[in-house]
Design a protein around this ligand. Structure first.
Ligand code: ZN
Length: 170
């Protein structure tokens, strides 16, 4: 367990502009409790769609913590960046070094970390925070890229993001 904590600490430490953290562990616990009590089915909780699983397999960062549902060590973490200033690139998966660079390139964007089990399909948002140097910039002009044809943000993540936006709008 120690190395996970160390790695996580390292990741959070290099993010100098990190602020406005939201921890989703209570929500995660509630989902797991509902599952273990039988109030929710594994179909609902372990519903990573093939796209999300594929993204986790190819772009996810490995962890050594077991899956809370199937107990296998197949948990991967994905980080998505969302923000108006990212323009068409909002909603994409970013690596830690990419996020580190982006802190200096954008004023504000939110990073969502999602855990995905490659084995049983369990997936949940773990935490999110804002990054960026605080200087507002215009979104880059839209250009067509090959990725556009092949890209769709995970639908769950899109709805979390919109949900959070509506909460903040109040
Ligand atoms: Zn699992």
């Amino acid at each position: 367990m120690r190395s996970v904590i160390f790695k996580e600490g390292l990741f959070l430490d290099i993010m100098w502009s990190r602020r406005d953290n939201i921890d989703y562990s209570l929500d995660r616990r509630a989902t797991l409790l509902a599952l273990f009590r039988g109030a929710a089915s594994a179909m609902d909780a372990c519903d990573a769609d093939p796209y999300l699983k594929r993204a986790a397999k190819h772009h996810g960062e490995s962890t050594i913590r077991p899956c809370p549902v199937c107990k296998k060590i197949e948990i991967k973490e994905l980080r998505y960046a969302f923000g108006d200033q990212l323009g068409q690139y909002s909603g994409r998966i970013k690596s830690i070094p990419e996020l580190d660079e982006m802190q200096n390139e954008y004023g504000e964007f939110r990073v969502y970390t999602v855990e995905v089990c490659l084995d049983c399909g369990w997936n949940h948002l773990i935490y999110s925070f804002l990054l960026g140097d605080g200087r507002t910039r215009k979104a880059p002009r839209k250009i067509h890229t090959l990725e556009d044809d092949d890209w769709k943000p995970a639908k769950e993540l899109k709805s979390w993001h919109l949900h959070e936006k509506s909460l903040r709008g109040r």
